[in-house]
Each structure stands twice: as structure tokens, then as C-alpha cells.
Ligand binder design. Sequence first.
Ligand SMILES: [Zn+2]
Length: 60
Amino acid sequence: MDKGFLKCPFCGSDDIKLIDRIDVSDGVHTYYHAKCSNCGASTEEQKSQYDAIVAWNRRA
Ligand SMILES: [Zn+2]
């Protein structure tokens, strides 16, 4: 999969990480969000890695 993150629209950093979190309430679903390592800007949690990347790229 192409992890084509755009640069951070807030600080211009290209150090964007994909964060995953297992929902402990059901232990099954994993949610993903993109986060800027420099300024901490992040997206809402998404249900797939792809959606997290798309959500990030829409912010700019
Ligand atoms: Zn940033």
C-alpha cells in the first residue's frame, strides 16, 4: 500500500506517522489515525489505514 502522506498543513513537516489503536471495549476492531510527529496534529480515528491516509491528505 502506498503511504503517500502529504506534508503537514500546519507545520510543513513530512514526518507523519500512522498510529493504530485496538479498541479495548471489544478487543477486535483496530482504528487508525495519522499524526504529525512534529506538531502533534492528527486526524479523527478511521477504520482502516487507507482511510486514515485519505483523511490526513484531505486536511491540507
Ligand atoms: Zn505538523
